[in-house]
Design a protein around this ligand. Structure first.
Ligand SMILES: *Cc1c(COP(=O)(O)O)cnc(C)c1O
Length: 223
């Protein structure tokens, strides 16, 4: 595995689903990987949006890669915390908005930065431990967040691990909800289930592990 293989799989899944080439964008999830590794495994293959799930980690890598002359698009995909929203300066898309108060703070900070990130609303997937907006509240939250001056581009969802049937149902339902709201972006699918998500209409896949996997013999000697 690695980025070229993942891209080939994405293109194959697009074709398999009868979707046009390039309709799915890869967000390379770089959490836990340093700037040199990101440069080698991701940015040497082209221009990709990078996804991070911790504010400080994003801020530090943005600075480090900047020193190397690399200025990728940054997406934030992790749980939001009020006192850490300040680290999201320079982020173009937040995938994980779930709360109105976070939206208000993000709009306030964006005003100050002169650069307000676009957002996706993360949808609750029905599992107890996962965060997200309850499906029944999506429309109301969408309108409130829009009124705060944030541009809601679409929905994001996370599927339970290792349950393909549940994943398929969650991806399909989320696609239907985005359609109902007239939203075009769908962030769904990770290393284990991005092909499934593309089949259900994902436009953004958030892939981490599969990009950085060395072949097994190699990674065994490294670990
Ligand atoms: C880590 C993470 C991913 C990527 O997961 P992989 O299994 O490494 O592909 C995607 N989305 C979110 C929200 C994550 O935290």
């Amino acid at each position: 595995m690695g980025l070229p293989e993942v891209l080939a799989h994405i293109r194959a899944a697009e074709a398999g689903a009868g979707r046009s080439p390039g309709s799915v964008r890869l967000v390379a999830v770089t959490k836990g990987h340093g700037a040199p590794e990101i440069r080698e495994c991701v940015l040497s293959h082209g221009t990709f949006a990078l996804g991070e799930s911790k504010g400080q980690e994003l801020r530090d890598k943005r600075a480090e890669l900047g020193l190397l002359g690399l200025h990728p698009q940054w997406h934030f995909i992790g749980a939001l915390q009020t006192n850490k929203l300040k680290y999201l300066q320079g982020v173009s898309l937040v995938h994980s908005l779930t709360r109105r108060d976070h939206a208000a703070e993000l709009a306030r900070l964006g005003d100050r930065w002169g650069d307000v990130p676009d957002v996706l609303l993360q949808v609750h997937n029905g599992e107890a431990q996962k965060q997200g907006v309850a499906p029944g509240e999506l429309r109301a939250v969408y309108h409130e967040v829009s009124q705060l001056g944030l541009r809601v581009r679409g929905l994001m969802v996370m599927a339970p691990e290792g349950d393909r049937q549940a994943a398929h149902r969650i991806f399909r339902d989320t696609a239907a909800r985005a359609h109902e709201l007239g939203l075009s972006e769908l962030s769904m699918g990770m290393s284990d289930d991005y092909a499934e998500a593309i089949g259900c209409g994902a436009t953004l896949v958030r892939v981490g592990r599969a990009l950085f996997m060395k072949d097994t013999a190699q990674s065994r000697t490294v670990q």
